[in-house]
Design a protein around this ligand. Structure first.
Ligand code: VTB
Length: 336
């Protein structure tokens, strides 16, 4: 199957995961929310015409029963293209479990070798929209990045809004942003949604700063490749063991301290799909009604630069549906 069609197939997988875990929104059980998304995503992958290998996933084989790094997904039939997969069935697990904005289900897919094999550790990031390409630089700090972006846009720094994860580790970054008078949007979780929002002109978000997960950095870079935005990252090491993990997964010769550009994180012909679980910077959440629901997704391809938003109405009476047990029960009962 041609890649251009595959992007539209991919969105069915993120839709399935979103619908499944959206049932658990606000129930206060992150593990269950994640499990619902994982199970539904795993089942939906089986229908996809690819020979896929998870390179960014739920963790390593011994710690994740499904969608672990190295797991093969898709049909793996003759003629199915070999693809590497970066995924997060529920990015912002706590956002879903506690009913907060910005949770989504996300998959990026590209030919083998296009995604950085990122260890599951922290990464410092800066990301902004298309007019920041070649301007933002993680080594110069928030103040200078804000100054450069304001200048490129013919604005004052005070007109810009930075988005930052609300964490004690960001005290210094937040103080720096405040000192130049830029506005700040603090979020509880979900810096993939935040990075995407920087590329949406009317989102009210201009630039992302701060330390989040490295796997999320790869997913954000895949989205930025499709939307024309820019991102840079740098792995953060707090413990020796994290360096060891980075070397193990990235190879002994890799410069694990290096500034990682958008292309280092994700390059090539990337297909990207994300479906909102709870309403966020770009996407609506799942809305249920009698015998169905409505989902809002983003489907993109880096090669063509096409960005589609897909509003889908799912009819639970007529469609096969995913539950944690498989395809047997009505989708309506997912999460109950
Ligand atoms: C980061 C961020 C994610 O969780 O991984 C964060 O990239 C975890 O940070 O988007 P803490 O360890 O400080 O909680 C998310 O916000 C959600 O998965």
């Amino acid at each position: 199957m041609q890649e251009r069609n595959l992007a539209l197939e991919l969105v069915r997988v993120t839709e399935a995961a979103s619908i499944a875990c959206a049932r658990s929104m606000g129930q206060g059980n992150p593990t269950r929310s994640d499990q619902l998304a994982v199970n539904a995503m795993r089942a939906a992958f089986d229908a996809l015409h690819i020979s896929g290998t998870v390179v960014i996933g739920e963790g390593e084989r011994d710690e994740a029963p499904m969608l672990f790094i190295g797991e093969e997904v898709g049909r793996w039939a003759d003629g199915d293209r070999k693809m590497d997969i970066a995924l997060d069935p529920l990015e912002g697990t706590n956002l879903c479990a506690y009913g907060r904005p910005g949770a989504l289900s996300v998959i990026a897919m590209a030919p083998h070798g296009c995604f950085l094999n990122a260890p599951d550790i922290y990464m410092n990031k800066v990301a902004a929209g298309p007019d920041s390409r070649g301007i933002i630089d993680i080594t110069v700090g928030p103040q200078e990045n804000l100054r450069r972006l304001a200048q490129a846009r013919g604005l004052e720094v005070e007109d810009l809004t930075a988005i930052v994860l609300d964490r004690p580790r960001h005290e210094e970054i937040i103080a720096e942003i405040r000192s130049v008078g830029a506005r700040i949007r603090l979020i509880e979780d979900g810096d993939v949604d935040a990075a995407i929002a920087t590329c949406k002109p009317d989102s009210g978000i201009d630039i992302l700063f701060g330390i989040g997960g490295a796997p999320e950095g790869v997913l954000a870079a895949a989205a930025m490749q499709c939307m024309g935005g820019d991102i840079q990252g740098q792995l953060m090491f707090y413990k020796d063991e994290e360096r060891k993990r980075a070397r193990k997964i990235m190879g002994d010769d890799a410069d694990i301290e290096a500034v990682l550009t958008r292309d280092d994180l994700a390059h090539g012909d990337i297909l990207f799909a994300a479906t909102g679980v709870t309403a966020g910077g770009m996407l609506e959440g799942v809305r249920f009604f009698a015998d169905g629901c409505r989902t809002h997704s983003l489907v993109m391809r880096s090669k063509s630069g096409t960005v589609r938003t897909i509003e889908a109405v799912h009819n639970f009476e007529q469609k096969p549906h995913y539950t944690s047990e498989g395809f047997h029960q009505k989708m309506k009962s997912v999460g109950k």
